[in-house]
Design a protein around this ligand. Sequence first.
Ligand SMILES: Cc1cc2nc3c(=O)[nH]c(=O)nc-3n(C[C@H](O)[C@H](O)[C@H](O)COP(=O)(O)O)c2cc1C
Length: 136
Amino acid sequence: MPLHRAIYVSDAVGDAATSLLVLVEILGESERNNRRDGLTGVLMRHAGRFLQLIEGPRGDVDRLLKRLRTDPRHENLRVLSDQNVSDRLFPEWPMALAQMTPDAARLLNDGSLDQLSAERAEALLNTAAQALPLPA
Ligand SMILES: Cc1cc2nc3c(=O)[nH]c(=O)nc-3n(C[C@H](O)[C@H](O)[C@H](O)COP(=O)(O)O)c2cc1C
């Protein structure tokens, strides 16, 4: 089955912009569902926005995007890229949480997450994910 990768940015709504509990809840649901669906990727929350990369079978990526579009914890979901790919960038993570590290912030160039091109968004997530421990 062809492998697919989507990257989007969205605006966090209310508590979802700052609450650790909301983030933990999202990661819990993501871990459970993404293991089931063969999806992997990385999520970053920064300055009131979410940036997420999702990869896996096309149908499962599409179904997740559909659920995400109706999730009230964020709004204004803008897809930056949505394409077939040959390999996963994050094969070992059902959904990693990446922080804005100093190296990643350099790619942001004083801008905000929603001003990134698809290429730069991918590079930023990749750079931020380098600070992650390997999953157990
Ligand atoms: C920023 C953000 C990222 C999310 N990432 C995922 C994800 O990677 N996988 C997932 O299944 N749900 C994710 N969700 C939750 C979905 O929008 C949706 O609530 C969930 O998949 C529904 O799961 P359920 O059918 O088990 O209730 C995310 C939600 C938000 C707000």
